[in-house]
Write a protein that binds this ligand. Structure first.
Ligand code: APR
Ligand code: ZN
Ligand code: ZN
Length: 354
């Protein structure tokens, strides 16, 4: 599925996928979720390198690997990730590979039949029967999981779960508030639940979202259209605020809510992605005086090799309901419709089955 130019409708095209070179793998895609980032690519909001090969929340089976690839082999069931760590940059060398500053993608290009080079979304491009990636972008997981569920961990759901368990370091007994309960916020709720949070307060401006948030593990809900969320969260936490507040919208006003809804020395995690125009203004004295930690969460600060197999195992054991994130499965030709439903807030995830 190609996005040919800024705001032009997406369309299905024949693409040429080269045989994998050294360090690369070709993966037969089985399922790929529709994410906001795909829509941003289509709208030209990420960069201008059209045409894009969209899709990046995917699972499938390795078809072939290039020279020197030892971690995966043909036939392996894998989830694709967009942060294949390099092992050599300053973050990796300091033992913090989830911050890797030099993540890998395939070096060869996929093309249209006329030779036009494609830009794969987030270095993946998985609204396609097969795609070419760096072998490190393939993470092997238990093949007992359904592909439409597994693929979710490739982006939004991992970002949300990781915002809670990796970045926010939510622990047993913590109070957690999550502002914005789309796919990412709901995953943060599921992650906080998994980590043993005692109280999980979901905040959204849409009652439908708050209902779903409850099924993900929220113990309390606040509609911030009619209620001041900072006061409501304080009221639900003995007047103090939550230990961890996760901002899953990506706007200055919701970030401010998160900032003031946390307890002294608490943690704010920003996992929502702002636009370049947005500015944040806060009294510096409050930043100092309230202490604690203000953190951003990139891709849930996940380490795919550590987190994907673990979360799939927990899912297969019935301890993490990932199916709840799949609102519908669709065909490749339905991506445009899925963008619209996503835009209207009607779905958590539409997943393309290939
Ligand atoms: N206050 C509270 N909730 C809000 C507000 C607001 N002012 N504005 C929007 N929301 C809610 C929406 O009602 C919706 O439920 O935030 C949610 C956003 O969800 P989605 O649009 O489904 O987005 P999602 O996929 O969850 O991603 C959220 O994280 O990774 C980033 O780029 C992504 O910035 C986006 C964010
Ligand atoms: Zn690195
Ligand atoms: Zn995504």
């Amino acid at each position: 599925m190609i996005a040919p130019g800024r705001d032009e409708p997406v369309r299905v095209e024949t693409i040429v996928v080269p045989d994998p070179g050294p360090g690369e793998a070709v993966v037969q895609i089985q399922a790929c979720g529709v994410c906001h980032t795909d829509l941003h690519y289509k709208q030209g909001g990420i960069n201008d390198e059209f045409p894009f090969l969209l899709g990046h929340e995917a699972a499938g089976v390795v078809e072939s690997v290039g020279d020197g690839v030892t971690d995966v082999s043909p036939g392996d069931f894998v989830i694709l990730n967009w942060r294949a760590v390099c092992g050599n940059c300053r973050a990796c060398l300091r033992g913090r590979p989830w911050y890797c500053f030099d993540t890998h993608n395939a070096t060869q290009k996929m093309t249209l039949t006329d030779g036009t080079e494609l830009s794969p979304a987030l270095g993946i491009g998985a609204f396609a029967e097969k795609t070419l990636v760096a072998a490190g972008q393939c993470t092997k997981v238990d093949p007992a999981v359904a592909p439409q569920v597994a693929g979710l961990l490739g982006c939004g759901v991992m970002a949300g779960i990781g915002a809670a368990i990796n970045t926010g370091n939510v622990g047993r007994g913590d109070t957690v508030a999550v502002i914005g309960c789309g796919g990412v916020g709901d995953a943060a709720i599921a992650g906080a639940n998994l980590a043993g949070a005692a109280r999980i307060i979901a905040v959204d401006i849409d009652d439908r979202k708050l209902e779903t948030a409850r099924t993900m593990g929220a113990t309390h809900t606040v509609n911030s259209k009619d209620t001041d969320p900072v006061e409501a969260i304080r009221e639900l936490t003995g007047g103090f605020g939550a230990d961890v507040v996760i901002e899953a919208v990506g706007r200055p006003e919701t970030y401010k809510q998160a900032f003031y809804a946390r307890d002294l020395a608490g943690t704010v995690v920003l996992v929502g992605v702002p636009t370049p125009q947005m500015k944040l203004e806060l009294p510096l004295l409050d930043v100092f005086g309230r202490g604690g930690a203000l953190k951003s969460s990139w891709y849930g600060d996940c380490l795919p090799s550590r987190d994907f197999p673990m979360l799939i195992d927990l899912h297969l054991q019935g301890r993490l309901n990932l199916e709840a994130f799949v609102t519908e499965t669709i065909e490749l030709t339905d991506v445009e419709k899925a963008f619209e439903r996503m835009h209207h807030g009607d779905v958590l995830r539409s997943v393309v089955i290939l």
